[in-house]
Ligand binder design. Structure first.
Ligand code: ATP
Length: 489
């Protein structure tokens, strides 16, 4: 990460705390590593992103319905899904510092360093990553260790290359269900929301009378004991996912994979985030359940990183749940197959998954929105402001209503406008401080519109509306304010 980008990232983290977006968890006890709390504006923004996703999935698609499954699931779920045996990352410990690292993170960091050395470095970095992907895919730990030695990778704390062997480390958190320890069953905090969808496949299909192809959407908490948790809310131990499993006829999965690849990117772009900040990354190493997979990556201040995964999961999950539960997970397709002239009949559907981290999307929005702007005034002097250019549709507050003074009946008029608007979108009301200061605070939390009520309002029922991004102000009828804001949303 360049110094400039590093500074920008640090500025975003400070801003998130100072303006009530994100706080370290239990901060009075010095925080808990890789766990965070969302503050007043953060919780609004997070909820708005979640709602925006939910609406685009369930309301805008008549063949997608939602569920809300529990975090705790029967322990066999995680045997069937493969998480007990496979949900692990290759790790290595430094014997001097006792610090533990994910091997792929160490190699990726090395590639980042190489890249900063110009065009030759770019090529060396690409070669390194390609070799790493191959070795990971083959689970060749000796090869990975040799690669680390060749690249002279050292621990950032001890500065030595005194490493243990590479081994796998399971990322699931376990706990006990039941009050008496001897009788208690070990259960896991779900590491993904997807399995809650798979085990409910037939419940949903039957009760909502869904026909393949159809989808089930869910948002909720997931937990992973990430070894190297870093980069703020990018990698957390407790986080939220927004996942949709789309059930399709076997053989049509690539069609739907391509459909969701495009549809999901369009969702991101529809928020007004520039296309050049995104790219696709096809997986070389496929997870145990997948026949195709890619990441949608965004250019965070620390480089292009995954924000969402699109996975063709085959019939792996349903088939495996059928095996472990001994309950048939089949669907009867009455549509006629033109090749045979007969109904397609019974089959276990294939699945395309779209899986996006809500917290990661939040960080994406913060990274996109944060702007330190220098303003040249009419007299030639300069000023600066921090403005969060959050897309209006997901901004925590849509409209700030600001009476110029606390007297002369201005607050009363302002409150009339507040009463008119607040059933339709989130408003903010404030009387205190100079108007310039109040505007700056709204810029800092990303409120797209401010309205000022002044003495002229009493005479002609007009107000000044100020646009966050351009800072332009115009005089409009107070009765038009609601529709102006609504049309921007
Ligand atoms: P990574 O390679 O970054 O560990 P992953 O490939 O394991 O991610 P998936 O299992 O595909 O991630 O999860 C889907 C999405 O969930 C990711 O695209 C990401 O947005 C989010 N996610 C996964 N792990 C975390 C985490 N520890 N903290 C925050 N979000 C996460």
């Amino acid at each position: 990460m360049s110094i400039q980008q590093d500074n920008r990232f640090q500025a975003i983290i400070s801003h998130a705390k100072e303006y009530g977006f994100v706080f370290p968890s239990s901060e009075i006890y010095d925080g808990l590593s890789a766990v965070y709390d969302y503050g007043p504006y953060g919780s609004e923004l997070k909820k708005n992103i979640r709602d925006h996703w939910w609406k685009s999935m369930t309301q805008m698609h008549d063949n997608i319905v939602g569920i809300d499954a529990a975090i705790f699931m029967h322990p066999t779920t995680w045997k069937a899904s493969g998480h007990v045996d496979n949900f692990s990352d290759p790790m290595i410990d430094n014997k001097d510092s006792k610090k533990r690292y994910r091997v792929d993170h160490l190699l990726e960091a090395k590639a980042d360093q190489l890249r900063e050395q110009g065009p030759d470095g770019e090529k060396a970095a690409a070669d390194l990553l390609a070799r790493m992907e191959q070795l990971l895919a083959a689970e060749d730990f000796t090869g990975l260790r040799t690669l680390m030695d060749e690249q002279k990778i050292v621990c950032s704390v001890s500065g030595t290359a005194n490493w243990t062997d590479i081994r796998q480390f399971n990322l699931m958190f376990s706990t006990q269900l039941g009050s008496v320890a001897e009788d208690a069953d070990t259960i896991y905090l779900r590491p993904e929301t997807a399995q809650g969808i798979f085990v409910n496949f037939l419940n949903v299909q039957k009760t909502a009378r869904m026909k393949v192809p159809f989808g089930i959407a869910q948002t909720g908490k997931a937990f992973r004991n990430e070894i190297v948790a870093r980069q703020f809310i990018f990698r957390m131990r407790e986080f939220e996912q927004m996942e949709m499993q789309f059930f399709v006829r076997p053989g049509t999965q690539m069609e739907w994979y391509n459909y969701w690849k495009q549809t999901r990117l369009n969702w991101h772009l529809s928020l007004g985030i520039p296309a050049e900040k995104y790219r696709y990354h096809d997986h070389v190493k496929l997870a145990h359940y997948a026949d195709a997979a890619l990441d949608i990556e965004y250019e965070f201040p620390f480089g292009f990183k995954e924000v969402e995964g699109i996975h063709s999961r085959t019939d792996f999950d349903l088939k495996s749940h059928q095996e472990y539960s001994k309950k048939k997970q089949q669907y009867f397709d009455s549509d006629v197959d033109p090749a045979t002239g007969k109904p397609y009949g019974n089959y276990i559907p294939y699945v395309i998954e779209t899986s996006i981290g809500l917290d990661r999307m939040f960080l994406l929005v913060m990274s996109h929105a944060y702007d330190e702007e220098t303003i040249t005034k009419e007299d030639g002097s300069t000023d600066s402001r921090v403005v969060m250019r959050i897309p209006p549709a997901i901004a925590p507050n849509k409209l700030a209503i600001l009476p110029l003074m606390k007297k002369d009946g201005l607050p009363e008029i302002a409150k009339e406008l507040l009463d008119e608007c607040r059933p339709h979108f989130k408003c903010f009301y404030e009387e205190k401080d100079a108007i310039g200061k109040r505007y700056r605070r709204q810029d800092a939390i990303g409120t797209p519109f401010c309205v000022t009520i002044d003495h002229q309002t009493k005479e002609d029922q007009t107000v000044t509306i100020r646009h966050r991004d351009s800072m332009q102000q115009e005089r409009v009828k107070m009765s038009d304010v609601k529709s102006i804001v609504l049309s921007a949303l």
